[in-house]
Design a protein around this ligand. Structure first.
Ligand code: AMP
Ligand code: MG
Length: 314
């Protein structure tokens, strides 16, 4: 399959180019597109066959459900059996934005999207290209991150081209993404609500709106969020996490026979935005070991450390 790359202005997406990509979604094809979190790999969420192609293109396990993206709050009426009051409060505060909300699904959502679960994960992204693509396609778009399963999520179009060229119909190049880590996932089918995946929107921010707890990873074979049990975000190089400059130097010295990439960041924002990109670049440059200086495991740092620990296999 030949993959078409369409370059778009992220601030003012050209209408004719959005329409071209939307036609592919409408006809059951796959389009990768940028959101404020990471690049997504999209298909018509109401088309069972189209959704199945996402799993094939990514090599994604059949029991890891997808997030459905909407451009308009009214679109969720047909996707869920009921909109809980807490969902309304969260949407009002955080949508469009990096918060995915899990609710009881309606019969309209194909089981390929939810992998047979009774619940569906929904998000309204903030990025204009994503919103325009969804509204022009005239359907909700199911989209996981646009990487091969297991690899770090793509934060620039080049990563998607590296992983998906020849496997999907179209890639929209809309430049780099703002956040660089996947959305916060919150499960409202559970009382109190549970954060299944930490992200840019923190527990502290959510607590101001509704009661919420963090999911503890005590049962990895039967996790609340099926995606939790898989190896994620991993470069080929081994990753070691260190806490200080001194430790970074010591670990580097101990491994001096290896080709080492040291990663340290000035802020959490820059770490989130650059980490996955740096993992991919380290692989391209043939490093065997990546040593990363950690950040405090709280607030947005919690999301960063979650991805970093998973990438390092710890
Ligand atoms: P990604 O593939 O990176 O976009 O991740 C999507 C995440 O949302 C994965 O961790 C999924 O397991 C999770 N997810 C999607 N739908 C559901 C659902 N109905 N219940 C629990 N987790 C879900
Ligand atoms: Mg993913």
């Amino acid at each position: 399959m030949k993959t078409k790359v369409i370059k778009l202005n992220p601030k003012k997406p050209e209408v004719s180019k959005i329409k071209e990509a939307a036609e592919i979604i409408k006809s059951g094809g796959l389009v990768a597109f940028p959101t404020e979190t990471v690049y997504g790999l999209g298909a018509n969420a109401l088309d069972d066959d189209a959704v199945k192609k996402i799993f094939l293109a990514k090599g994604r396990p059949q029991d890891n459900p997808l997030i459905v993206h909407v451009s308009n709050i009214n679109q969720i009426d047909s996707l869920v059996s009921l909109i809980p009051e807490n969902a309304k409060k969260l949407m009002k505060k955080f949508w469009p934005g990096p918060l995915t909300i899990i609710m009881e699904k309606s019969s309209k959502v194909p089981s390929a999207v939810t992998c047979g679960l009774d619940s569906v994960a929904i998000r309204m992204p903030k990025y204009k290209i994503a919103l325009d693509l969804i509204s022009q396609s005239k359907c909700p778009i199911a989209a996981p991150s646009a990487n091969l399963s297991g690899k770090p999520s793509p934060t620039i179009a080049e990563h998607v081209i590296d992983d998906m060229s020849g496997r999907i119909d179209c890639i929209i190049d809309g430049g780099d993404v703002h956040i660089g880590l996947e959305s916060t996932v919150i499960d409202l089918t559970h009382t109190p609500a549970l954060i299944l995946r930490p992200g840019k929107i923190t527990k502290k921010q959510i607590e101001k709106i509704i009661p919420v707890e963090e999911h503890k990873h005590e049962n990895i074979d039967k996790p609340k969020s099926p995606g939790m049990k898989y190896k994620h975000y991993s470069p080929k190089a081994k990753i070691i996490i260190v806490e200080s400059e001194k430790e970074l130097k010591d670990v580097s010295k101990k491994n001096s026979s290896k080709k080492i990439k040291q990663l340290r960041y000035l802020t959490k924002t820059s770490m989130a935005k650059k980490m996955f990109r740096d993992f991919r670049e380290a692989d391209k440059q043939g490093f065997d070991l990546i040593i990363v200086k950690s950040v405090a495991d709280k607030e947005f740092g919690r999301a960063i450390m979650d991805r970093l620990k998973k990438a390092s296999g710890s």
